[in-house]
Each structure stands twice: as structure tokens, then as C-alpha cells.
Write a protein that binds this ligand. Structure first.
Ligand code: TPP
Ligand code: MG
Length: 284
């Protein structure tokens, strides 16, 4: 149902995603804290959104008709900051101020600090509720903008998520897309060993979401699903994106230990080399 993405979509987006991943490594290394694992798993999803799907314009951050993105898993802030910087919403040099006192780049996204951060998140389980409110608001105001929420799979263990999702289904919010970063891991291990969320796609379906499952690192699959969501008029869409925590850095992939731990100097240099950059880290 979704239109085929242009054949060059991956060729264009992959170098951008790689650049975002490099920035995630540099930022968390210099900050000495932060969440590289869940930033790297969400990078391709955020790249597809920020560079292709969303109707947003750095020159008009307050445009009421802009699409809204809610990073419900707000700890993946480094990936969103890097994507927004590369898209022209903030100076690239500012990225290295992540988590510094007085910086606009807080450890979790803050809507009062930066353009196009639509909701302050980080307290898991709250973002989808705000996204549902934004989608309802758009409908009531007669605007055609769309609302996208990116959730974590550990986050889905938080109860408010389900009340909000239920409202989205009940009100048949076809302008709402919930995207699940299904990396299988949370802070201390696998979601299924801590508090299982499967069968997660069936749960979304039961909550009246048109539910699609994709490889969250395949741009053609992500873009096709987003296109299908745009065409689906009979309620909200959920996209379950299978991802790898730490994607792109061999020693972080599939490791929950890098959930909230930055790379040390040697690790950062190795990660940058794997991501095709000179193995040089900025001064701390
Ligand atoms: C309400 C709440 N409880 C606990 C935390 C601490 N916390 C931060 S990230 C995280 C794990 C989230 O796992 P997941 O959603 O799977 O994130 P991802 O794997 O995408 O990084 C937890 C428990 C929090 N931010 N908010
Ligand atoms: Mg997870």
C-alpha cells in the first residue's frame, strides 16, 4: 500500500545516519555520560523522519502546520540533537555541549530550550500521551499536520503508555503514528526477561492500530511503512521497528551495558573508526 521509496533513498540517508552515529559517539564521549545504545538503535528511524518524512522547515520552527515529533524515549536525545543539527535546526558545534551546565542540549530533550523539540521527555511513558493530545488538537483545529511518537520497548512496560494508546485508537487518530524502537533491551537486560511485552504487534492491533513490522535499519522498509501510515485513514498506525541496540558499533551492538554508559577514549576512537571517521576524539 505504501508508495515505493525512490531507489536512491538508502544511498542518500545512510551517509547521514552514519554521520549522526559518529556525533552520538563524540557527544557522549565528551559529555562523559549519556545513552549511546538507544541513540544508535533509533538513529535510522530518526534519520528517515527528520530528513524525509516530516514536514518541517528550520526557517519556520513555529509553523503551526509543521509535523510534530515526540521522542518519547527522551534519553535518545543525542541522536535527535545530531539529526536536527545536520538538518539545520542548531549549529553543529553546539552538539559537543551535550549535558554541560547551561547548555540547550540537556541529557533528555527539553521543549523550552530548542526549536522542534515538541515535548520534554525522559520520564518514560509520557510521550505518547502528549502525542495523542497533539494529534487530537490538530484534528480539532482543522490542521493537516501529523504527529509521530518514538517509543522504547522497555518504555512500553510503563502503564500510562497503554492508556494513551487506547485513546489514540478510540479517537481513530489517523494523523498519529507510534513507532516502537524494538531493540529488545532496556537498562539491565532483555525486555522479555524483565517484563515481557510480546506479542507487541498484536497488542497494538488490539488497541486499534494499523500495525506494520519493519527492519528498523532498512530505509526502504521504514520509508514504505511511513508512506503507508500516511495513506491509512481509518485510525492510527503503529510501526514495530526491529532494531539492534548500539547499532553500527560492533562492541555496543546487542549490549545493554552501553545503555547509559558513554564510551571511554579508546572505545570512542574504535567506534569512530568503525563508523568510517578518523579515530580522533574532541578534547573533553
Ligand atoms: C518513568 C521512568 N522510569 C525509569 C526511568 C529510567 N530509565 C531510563 S532509560 C530506561 C530503560 C528504557 O528502555 P527502553 O525504552 O527499551 O530504551 P532503549 O532500549 O530504546 O534505550 C529506564 C528504566 C525513566 N527514565 N523514566
Ligand atoms: Mg529498548
Amino acid at each position: 500500500m505504501g508508495e515505493e521509496p525512490s531507489p536512491d533513498a538508502a544511498d542518500v540517508l545512510e551517509p547521514t545516519a552514519r554521520e549522526i552515529r559518529r556525533e552520538v559517539i563524540r557527544m557522549t564521549y565528551v559529555a562523559g555520560s549519556g545513552h549511546p545504545g538507544g541513540s544508535l538503535s533509533a538513529t535510522d528511524l530518526l534519520t528517515a523522519l527528520v530528513f524525509r518524512e516530516l514536514k518541517i522547515d528550520p526557517a519556520r520552527p513555529d509553523d503551526p502546520d509543521r509535523d510534530r515529533l515526540v521522542l518519547s524515549k527522551g534519553h535518545a536525545a543525542p541522536a535527535l540533537y545530531a539529526a536536527l543539527a545536520l538538518r539545520g535546526f542548531l549549529p553543529r558545534e553546539e552538539l559537543l555541549t551535550l549535558r554541560k551546565l547551561g547548555s540547550r542540549l540537556q541529557g533528555h530533550v527539553d521543549r523550552n530550550k530548542l526549536p522542534f523539540i515538541e515535548a520534554s521527555t525522559g520520564c518514560l511513558g509520557q510521550g505518547i500521551g502528549m502525542a495523542v493530545g497533539m494529534a487530537l488538537d490538530a484534528r480539532l483545529a482543522g490542521r493537516s499536520n501529523r504527529v509521530y511518537a518514538v517509543l522504547g520497548d522497555g518504555e512500553c512496560q510503563a502503564g500510562p503508555t497503554w492508556e494513551a494508546l487506547m485513546a489514540g485508537g478510540h479517537f481513530r487518530l489517523s494523523n498519529l503514528v507510534a513507532i516502537l524502537d524494538r531493540n529488545g533491551l532496556e537498562t539491565d537486560g532483555s525486555t522479555e526477561s524483565i517484563m515481557g511485552i510480546e506479542p507487541i504487534a498484536d497488542k497494538f492491533r488490539a488497541f486499534r492500530y494499523h500495525t506494520l513490522e519493519v527492519d528498523g535499519h532498512s530505509f526502504p522498509e521504514i520509508l514504505r511503512a511511513l508512506s503507508e501510515a500516511r495513506q491509512w485513514k481509518d485510525g492510527p498506525t503503529a510501526i514495530v521497528a526491529r532494531t539492534v541496540k548500539g547499532k553500527g558499533v560492533s562492541f555496543m551492538e546487542g549490549q545493554h551495558s552501553f545503555h547509559g554508559k558513554p564510551p571511554n577514549e579508546a572505545e570512542a576512537k574504535r567506534a569512530l573508526a568503525e563508523l568510517g571517521a578518523p579515530p580522533e576524539v574532541p578534547p573533553r
